[in-house]
Structure formats: structure tokens, C-alpha cells
Design a protein around this ligand. Sequence first.
Ligand SMILES: Cc1cc2nc3c(=O)[nH]c(=O)nc-3n(C[C@H](O)[C@H](O)[C@H](O)COP(=O)(O)OP(=O)(O)OC[C@H]3O[C@@H](n4cnc5c(N)ncnc54)[C@H](O)[C@@H]3O)c2cc1C
Length: 403
Amino acid sequence: MDLEYSPEYQRFRDEVRAFLADEVERIPKRGLSETERPGPAEIAWQRTLIDRGYASRTIPRVYGGHGGEADPLKSAIVSEEFAAAKAPSGFGGSGASMLAPTLLEHGSEEQKRRYIPPALTGEEVWCQGYSEPGSGSDLASLQTAAVEDGDDFVVNGQKIWTSAAHLAHMMFALVRTEPDAPKHEGISYLLIPMDAAGLEVRPLTTMTGEALFNEVFFTDVRVPRSNVVGARGEGWRIGNTTLRHERNMLGSASYTEALMTRLQRLLDSETSDGIPAMGRPVFRDRFVKLQARAWTMKYHAMRLLTCTLRGESPGVAGLVVKLQGCQLNHDIAALAIDAMGELGPLYYGSRYERSHGAWQREHMLSLGLIIGGGTAQIQKNIIAERGLGMPREPKPAAPAGGV
Ligand SMILES: Cc1cc2nc3c(=O)[nH]c(=O)nc-3n(C[C@H](O)[C@H](O)[C@H](O)COP(=O)(O)OP(=O)(O)OC[C@H]3O[C@@H](n4cnc5c(N)ncnc54)[C@H](O)[C@@H]3O)c2cc1C
């Protein structure tokens, strides 16, 4: 097996590295922020990345993308080099990575032209309105209702855990339009302006101490019928396209590799009684075990890349990336915190905290990502049933005489 890149791709890697070195002053200091919308500097950076084909590479020019050929190896190189340089590569957020590919597949021409270009640059921020208080893993049981009235739908109900709703201009949402249809067939995919009358966003504080997600309430919110994506009642199929793109986004071997490099630096520099943490067998043993998992993830990513290059679908093997990646990031951050000893639990502005609390934040956020986008347990069920051919989970029996 030859794991080396060909000279053409090596040249491309050199070009990306040189770009990051030349632009080092312009690289935005913060990544996609959960507290602020992208500003002019971030939007300009994103435009540069699109122009050079480092972001939105295959999205046609007419919709604001780079308009290039798909080249999974180049995409992998960009992702590795940006992660290594800690340079943010995506200010478009869920609009660019989830909504845009969904609209390309299912949207009308008008929807593509109107919504994709500002979603790619981050000028228009999107949020995802799927989960409801009673509908998370069993998403198809969602109850938020959209009833047709003239040229509009009138939406009533509630969404929950909506990341970035407090920043968003628009929401892509799943709503029930056919209450009498079987649950998977009664759902539509609706684009909802967040400034619509009757829509209220209430923040929810996470364990990081920040209000990163929200509850969203709809009271007689009017949304034009033309904002339905695809056919009415087809939302389940379309919503699953978005979920596929979300899972591809969560978990990345390059990100984890970069995290391991930072962990190694920390273990070499953090000392107690004059001995670096890496010199202590307990920490070194944990580090080596994590290294083995990170390398396994890297080779798994290469296997998926090979599938893509051969035009084959990796099937459920793709789900392993999110499942393993988020758990591994969480475990890497746990070792970093332990290695800091009594400084480990410090957070939020303590003058003794290391790396501005980045490890503590990684530890808490990665725990959230093990749940978000479909929990680890649900991913394991899918991999077991659809990938390994194991028997389906028994469904709980309906209560006697009940629904
Ligand atoms: C950081 C974060 C960001 C999020 N952002 C968004 C967002 O932007 N938009 C949005 O719509 N949602 C968002 N979510 C919500 C997320 O999609 C849901 O939390 C997730 O789907 C789980 O649903 P639930 O919380 O209702 O848990 P439940 O579905 O009630 O599950 C509770 C527990 O039971 C387990 N469980 C459930 N069913 C099964 C089963 N069949 N077999 C085995 N175990 C099972 C689950 O794994 C879990 O451990 C976010 C969540 C997090 C944590």
C-alpha cells in the first residue's frame, strides 16, 4: 500500500502551506463563533478561500461557489493543512455545509440562487430546526405544525437545542404538514426567516457556561408556501440529506491529529516536581493508547478517501468517523486536563488557566457533539443493523388498548 501523495498533490500541499504562511496576518483569530455573526474580515476570508478553491470547491459559480471539479485528495490536503495551521476554513457554518448541499440536490432554481451564495460566505447565518422537546432520536415523531392558509403556511409549535438560533437569519426546519399521513410521510422541509412575526428565541445555557443553543417558539408564524424545499410531504427524505452532510461534518481525522500534536506539546511542557507529564508512565501510557486510536482514525479516513476516489459509497463506514472522532476528542481533552493537575479544572478567566481554557472547552463541547447530530447509541444501532447485519432493536410494545 502506497500512502504517499503523488508529486502533483505534493505541489498542491506546498501551495496551500505557502498561502497560509503568506496570509498569516489575515487568518482570523477566532473560528466560527457561537456568540457573534461573521464580521467583514471573516466574510472576506471566506470569499478568498472560495476563490482559491479551498472552500465550497465543487459548488457551481452561479451559486457563489468555486465551480471546480470534485477532488477528494485536494479537499483532504486542505483540511489537513488548515487544521495543522489552526486556520479556520468555514465561516459558512451549517448554511454552507448542510443547507447548500441539500438545496443543490432538492431545491428549486430560485431557492438555490437566493439562498446558497450568502450561506457560503457566512453573510446569512442558518440554524437547524429539527429537534423538539419530545422528538430527538425519534425525530419523525415531531409535532410542530404548518397549516396552509392562502399563499402561506402558518407554523405553530416548538423546537429545542437549536444551535446558533440567536445569531441566525434563517432556519431550515422540519414541520408537520400532513397530520393524517403516516409519521414519516407527513413532514415538509421549510425555510423560515428568523425575524418573522410570532417567532421567539429563548437561550439555553450549556455546561460551558455559554448560551450556545436555544428554544424556538412559533406562534402563528406565516411563511410563504414557496419556502418549502422539494415537494410538500417529502421532508423526511430531504431532511435526511441534510443529516448525512451534518454527520460528515462532525468528526475529522485531521482535527484529531492536530489535537494530538497539541496534547504532545502540553505533556512535554507541563511539569510536576520538575518531571514533565510525558515522563510519567501513567500519562505516557494513556497518550500512546490515544495515539493508536488517532492513527486508526487516520487510516480509516484514508480508506474512506480510497472509496470516494473509486466512486464507491463507503456506506455506514462513514458513520464511524463521527462516532469515534467526537469520543476521541473528548478523551484527548480529558488527558490534557488530568496532566495539568490541580490547574486542570480551572476555567473562565482564572489567571492560572492554560491555553485560555481551550482544553476544558474542548472536553465539554466534544461531549455535546457525541449527542448532537444523532447520539452515539443511535449511530451504533445503525452501524450494527445496517452495516454488520445484526438483528434490529426490539420496538417497545404499544400499551394495551392505547395508540
Ligand atoms: C451540542 C448540541 C447541539 C445541537 N444542535 C441542534 C440543532 O442545531 N438543531 C437541532 O434540531 N437539534 C440539535 N441538537 C439536538 C440533538 O440532535 C438531540 O439532542 C439528539 O438527537 C438526541 O435527542 P434527545 O436529546 O431528545 O435525546 P433522546 O432521543 O431522548 O435520547 C436520550 C438517550 O436515550 C438514548 N436512546 C434513544 N433512543 C434509543 C434507541 N433506540 N436505542 C438506544 N438508545 C437510545 C439516546 O442515545 C440518549 O442517550 C443538538 C444537541 C447537542 C448536544
